[in-house]
Ligand binder design. Structure first.
Ligand code: AMP
Length: 188
C-alpha cells in the first residue's frame, strides 16, 4: 500500500503518519525529516539545502526524488509507504509514479487533509514555540503557505484526474482526523 498524506504545512501530515505507523506498521517517508537530518548532521547535502529550508522555499526536485528512491525498498519490505511532504510539485508526482511503476506498484490513495489558513498559522506558531524549528518564524510560515498554494496545490487536480484523491477534514482532534483517514483507507 502506498499512500500520500497531502496538505499544507501544519495540516497534521507528520502526526497522522506517526499514528499510521503505529497502527499499520508502515514506513513514513518524510522528505522534510530527511532534509532536516542531513542539515543537522552537516553533510554535503545538508549544507546545500540549509538556506533553502530556512527560507521556506522548495529544495530541487532532483534532490528529493533521489532521497525517496533510496528509501523505497525499506517501505516495500514493510508493506506500505506513507509519503509525507512529498510530492510537492507536479514533476515530483510524475517521478514518483514512474519510480513506483518500475517496481510494479503505484500510489493507491492520496489523503488530502483540509485545514483553514488561520488554523494552520496558529498551529505552526505554536510548533515554533515548542520545537524551535528555524523555518517556523511567522515570516517564513507565511512564505511556506504561499509556496504551498503556488507550487504544491496544483497537484490536487493531478491526483483528482487519477481518481486517487480523498478529502479528509483535518480540523478535528488527532483522533478524529485519524478516524477520517482510516475510513478513507478502508473505503479503498
Ligand atoms: P516539511 O517538514 O515537509 O514541511 O519540509 C520542510 C522543508 O523541507 C520545506 O519547507 C522545504 O524547504 C523542504 N522540503 C521538504 N520536502 C520537500 C519536497 N518534497 N520538495 C522540495 N522541498 C522539500
Amino acid at each position: 500500500m502506498n499512500i500520500i498524506l497531502f496538505g499544507p504545512p501544519g495540516a497534521g501530515k507528520g502526526t497522522q503518519a506517526k499514528m499510521l505507523i503505529e497502527q499499520r506498521g508502515w514506513v513514513q517517508l518524510s522528505t522534510g525529516d530527511m532534509l532536516r537530518a542531513a542539515k543537522a548532521a552537516g553533510t554535503e547535502l545538508g549544507k546545500r539545502v540549509a538556506a533553502i529550508i530556512d527560507a521556506g522555499e522548495l529544495v530541487s526536485d532532483e534532490i528529493v526524488i533521489a532521497l525517496i528512491k533510496e528509501r523505497l525498498p525499506e517501505a516495500e519490505a514493510a508493506g506500505g509507504a506513507i509519503f509525507d511532504g512529498f510530492p510537492r510539485t507536479v514533476a515530483q508526482a510524475e517521478a514518483l509514479d514512474a519510480l513506483l511503476a518500475e517496481r510494479g506498484t503505484q500510489v493507491d490513495v492520496v489523503i488530502e487533509l483540509k485545514v483553514v489558513d488561520d488554523e494552520l498559522i496558529q498551529r505552526l506558531v505554536k510548533r515554533a514555540a515548542e520545537q524551535g524549528r528555524a523555518d517556523d518564524t511567522e515570516e517564513v510560515i507565511r512564505n511556506r503557505l504561499k509556496v504551498y498554494y503556488d507550487q504544491t496545490a496544483p497537484l490536487i487536480p493531478y491526483f483528482a484526474d487519477q481518481g486517487k484523491l480523498k478529502e479528509v477534514d483535518g480540523m478535528g482532534s488527532m483522533e478524529e482526523v485519524a478516524a477520517g483517514i482510516a475510513a478513507a483507507l478502508d473505503a479503498k
